[in-house]
Design a protein around this ligand. Structure first.
Ligand SMILES: [Fe+2]
Ligand SMILES: [Fe+2]
Length: 226
C-alpha cells in the first residue's frame, strides 16, 4: 500500500508531467521526429553509440556476476571441503575464533584494522548464523530438539548485540578489547555446546540420507550468503 507521502509525491509528478506535455507539445513532437529519423540523441536506444554502451554495460555486469559467482563458489568450497554439515560449521567456528584472536592482538591506535576485522567477523558470523537458523535449527525442531534449537538461536541474538555494541563504541574506545574478549567467550561457549553436545547427538540419530540432505542444504545456504 502506498504511503501518504508517496501518494502526494506521485500526484505532484503526474501534474508536472501533464503540464509539461501541454506546454512543450511542439518541442516534444519535434524531438520525437528527430529520434525516429535516426537523430543521434544520447537517449536513443537504436543508435550505434548507445548500442555499444549498452553492450559494454551488459558485459561489465556479466563479468561482475561471474566474479561474484566465482568468489561465492570459492568461499563455500573452502567451507564445504570440511565435509559433513557439522564439520563445515565447526570449520567456520574455527575461522571466527581466528578473527577474534587477530582482534585481540590489536592496540587502540589500529582503528582501521579493528574496523576491517569487525566487518570480516560480522560477515562470517552472519553467514554462519544464517546456515544454522535456516537449516540446522529447523531440522533440530523437526527432530523434537526444539529446546536446544531455541536456546542456541536466542544466543545468536546476543552475538548480534555484541556486534551492535562494538559498532556503537568506536574502535578506539578504552574498553574495546574487554568487549571483544567477552564477545569471544560467548561465541566460544556457544560453539562448544554445538560441537560437543547438540550436533553430535543430532547426527547420531540421522540416517545417511538425512545427513547428506542437511549437508547439501547448509552448503547451498552458505553459497548464497558468501
Ligand atoms: Fe550457532
Ligand atoms: Fe555455530
Amino acid at each position: 500500500m502506498a504511503t501518504r507521502t508517496q501518494n502526494r509525491s506521485s500526484s505532484r509528478t503526474s501534474n508536472r508531467n501533464t503540464k509539461s506535455r501541454s506546454d512543450d507539445s511542439g518541442t516534444s513532437r519535434q524531438t520525437a521526429r528527430s529520434n525516429s529519423s535516426g537523430g543521434d540523441s544520447a537517449f536513443s536506444w537504436g543508435s550505434k553509440g548507445s548500442g555499444a554502451l549498452v553492450g559494454a554495460a551488459l558485459a561489465g555486469a556479466a563479468i561482475g556476476f561471474a566474479a561474484n559467482f566465482g568468489r561465492k563458489f570459492l568461499m563455500q568450497s573452502m567451507s564445504g571441503m570440511a565435509g559433513d554439515w557439522d564439520e563445515v560449521l565447526a570449520a567456520e567456528h574455527d575461522a571466527a575464533m581466528a578473527i577474534f584472536d587477530k582482534m585481540l592482538a590489536t592496540d587502540a591506535s589500529q582503528t582501521f584494522k579493528r574496523g576491517m576485522l569487525l566487518t570480516k567477523l560480522t560477515h562470517a558470523l552472519d553467514k554462519h548464523a544464517h546456515e544454522e537458523e535456516m537449516v540446522v535449527y529447523p531440522a533440530l525442531r523437526e527432530a523434537n530438539e526444539a529446546h536446544d534449537a531455541d536456546l542456541l538461536e536466542g544466543e545468536h541474538g546476543y552475538i548480534k548485540t555484541f556486534i551492535y555494541e562494538l559498532n556503537q563504541m568506536g574502535a578506539d574506545a578504552p574498553n574495546w578489547l574487554e568487549k571483544v574478549r567477552e564477545f569471544r567467550d560467548l561465541v566460544h561457549k556457544h560453539a562448544h555446546m554445538e560441537e560437543e553436545q547438540v550436533f553430535p547427538r543430532f547426527k547420531e540419530r540421522m540416517s545417511e540420507e538425512q545427513n547428506a540432505r542437511i549437508t547439501n542444504l547448509v552448503n547451498r545456504d552458505g553459497f548464497w550468503m558468501a
